[in-house]
Each structure stands twice: as C-alpha cells, then as structure tokens.
Design a protein around this ligand. Sequence first.
Ligand code: GLP
Length: 250
Amino acid sequence: MAGFWGRRFGNMKIHICTKEQAAQRAAERYVQLLREKPNAVLGFATGSTPLQLYAELVRRYQAGDVSFRNTTTFNLDEYVGLDGENTESYRYFMDTHLFSKIDVPKGNTHVPSGIGCTDASVTVYDDLIAAAGGIDLQLLGVGRNGHIGFNEPGTPFGSITHIVNLSRSTREANARFFNSVDDVPRQAVSMGIKTVMNARAILFFAQGEKKAQVVHDALCGPVTEDVPASVLQLHPDVELYLDFDAAKLL
Ligand code: GLP
C-alpha cells in the first residue's frame, strides 16, 4: 500500500506510511535541517522504532549527503545503574546504532548518566541543553502506556529531567532486551515532559498494532497527564510518522 503524506490532524502533521517510507522521509528532514543549520541540536530516542531511521541517517551520511560534525545531541533517557559499557544501556545502543557510524564528535553526544545520579544532580541535563541553545529537532517513540522518554502516566507536564520509577508494564515491555524482566532496572533518568516540549520541533514515530490504542488516545483523546504523549497536541510543530497498524484506530 502506498503511503499518504502531510495530513493535518489539529496542529499535527501526520504521515501514515510504511516503516521504510517513514525512515526515508524523516531522514530527509534531518538532511534539510543540517543544510540550513549545520550545528543543529538533535534530540534522539532509543527503542526498536527509530532503528530504521538511524540506518537511513547512516546511509545518507555515507553517501555524503549530510554531516553531523557540528551537531550536538541529547538522548531522552537512560536506565539507572547501567553504565555506557553495559550492552543494555541506552548509551551503548546509541553508540552502536548511530554515533559510531556517523561523524558526530563523541564529546558532543549526551545521554543522561545512570550512574551516581540523584534527584538534584540529574536536572543539570536541562542546563546542558539550554547551554547548547535548546533542541532543534526531538525524535520520540511512545510506550504502550503512552510514555514519552520514560515519563510514565501521571508525570507532571511541568517536569524537567528527573529520576523515574518504571512501571511494571514498561519493564515487561522492555524485558525483551534483557535476560528477564527482573533484570530490567526499576528506575531511569528521563528528560521531563517540559524538557521535551521545549524542543523547537518534534518528530514522533509509532509502529505496530500494540501502539494503536495509545496513538488514538494521544491524538484523539483529552490532553491529560494520564497519557503523557497527549501533551503533543499542545506543541506547535509536531510531525508524526505512523505505520498502518499504529494508525488503524484513527
Ligand atoms: C522505551 C524508551 C522510549 C521508547 C519506548 C518504545 O521505553 N524509553 O523512549 O519510545 O521504549 O520502544 P519501542 O520503539 O521499542 O517500541
């Protein structure tokens, strides 16, 4: 089935298309952004959903279409207790799937530290983002319970980077990356909802039937802290890439 592009849904521009089309179209947006602003600040996400986009960004870099040499990056979140050498850490994920394959200087890449963090210390992440000039383009996936980053249902919309207690359902959903659910850390450091909403533009990806209900609730339901992704209805520049399964209840 061919994709269709640029449907408006309130403030949001929605693309319903295949994963391949989503990766290509979204990668093109990065290429354009970096042509206009080579030192753009990019917010990245982890999970299975962005993998094709990252592969496409690598491909466009290798083709000489884009350089990340002058960019600064900030990831959404990290598990508490995992250092960057741990293969389940989000730092390791980003190094493996993107950073080691493009020309961004390692020192320009930021992932919250999950080691030795306290409620007070993690807020420094927001200061780092502000000092870099703020995020130009933030990539987001969504959890089945509506979380963005690791902001679980009930997280205040005014939150900045903070330590999160992960819900049982989130730990179960992410257990596939670990030996068992008991190995999934119970806490994470996550950009807050306000941190995410401060980004100038947001790219939101959702794929698969398991995301259909939450995509519906986030886009068509009330804006409520019970569905963290619903806050995106309030952002002035959100572009969504949904596959046909994730969009089926719209
Ligand atoms: C994790 C991450 C989220 C991500 C979510 C969905 O919980 N903290 O940022 O959006 O997983 O992951 P997936 O793309 O694998 O469905």
